[in-house]
Ligand binder design. Structure first.
Ligand SMILES: [Mn+2]
Length: 247
């Protein structure tokens, strides 16, 4: 068998973002950058028009990532672009936002033939659905996650914890940007979900899995958003569904 006869992966995706049922502005932002097989969700914070500015600045920075041909190289470009966004957000906060902190989560997925790369800061998430099994690939940078990892509270106590939305890393919050990366395997048929906390706080994992598996990527994205709205959508909701089709 020649290398070429393995067949390629064809990536298909759909993206949706919504202000939800309670918030009057959407501070989330989403990106599909198919030239680079790159997708992203950002969830901004800062209030007073700062959160949506921060998430928009991260998405603009990611749009500048250039096609590289290999996910590892694309990941390097991505991290450089996020470093620039970190500086840009901090400059903007200093000059246009009275020196108050602005920041945004980011979760990026870069797809490759057999592997992909996840890059993130904060608590926006990447999941993979394979053979009906949902696995969270990113690990939240949040106060609650830290307490669980240090054994101070249980998984059960983490659900609905008052500090559930306190994140420990973001783009813009500090001069030094701390990104996490995770390499994951890709096989044809895998379906991926990038989302903000406004989705996963409304839907338990088994509901995420069942909705994510429905229909094509456009239908799955629509169903996920609709279920979050049906649950009250107390926060902005962002959903990106990506599938690795046999090419
Ligand atoms: Mn949110």
């Amino acid at each position: 068998m020649s290398m070429d006869s393995r067949g390629a992966i064809r990536w298909v995706s759909a993206v949706r973002t919504h202000e939800g049922k309670v918030r009057d502005r959407n501070e989330d932002a989403v990106l599909a950058h198919p030239d680079c097989d790159l997708w992203a969700v950002a969830d901004g914070m800062g209030g007073h028009a700062a959160g949506d500015r921060a998430s928009a600045m991260v998405i603009e920075a990611l749009q500048a990532v250039r096609p590289a041909g290999h996910p590892a190289t694309t990941a390097e470009h991505t991290m450089e672009c996020l470093e620039r966004a970190n500086s840009g957000i901090r400059d903007y906060a200093a000059t246009e936002h009275g020196g108050r902190t602005m920041g945004t989560t980011v979760v990026v997925m870069i797809g490759g033939l057999r592997h992909g790369v996840c890059i993130w800061a904060g608590d926006s998430r990447l999941y993979r659905l394979r053979e009906d099994v949902l696995e969270q690939i990113s690990r939240d940078h949040s106060e609650v996650r830290r307490l669980v990892e240090e054994g101070l509270i249980s998984e059960e106590e983490a659900d609905g914890h008052p500090n559930a939305n306190v994140i420990t890393r973001s783009v813009g919050a500090s001069p030094e940007l701390l990104l996490d990366t995770q390499v994951f395997t890709v096989v044809p048929g895998d379906r991926f979900l990038l989302c903000s906390d406004g989705l996963y706080n409304e839907l338990p994992p088994q509901e995420l899995a069942s909705a994510l598996g429905q229909g094509g990527v456009t239908e799955a994205t629509r169903v996920l958003l609709q279920r979050a709205l049906d649950q009250g959508a107390r926060d902005n909701v962002s959903v990106v569904v990506v599938e690795a089709e046999q090419g």
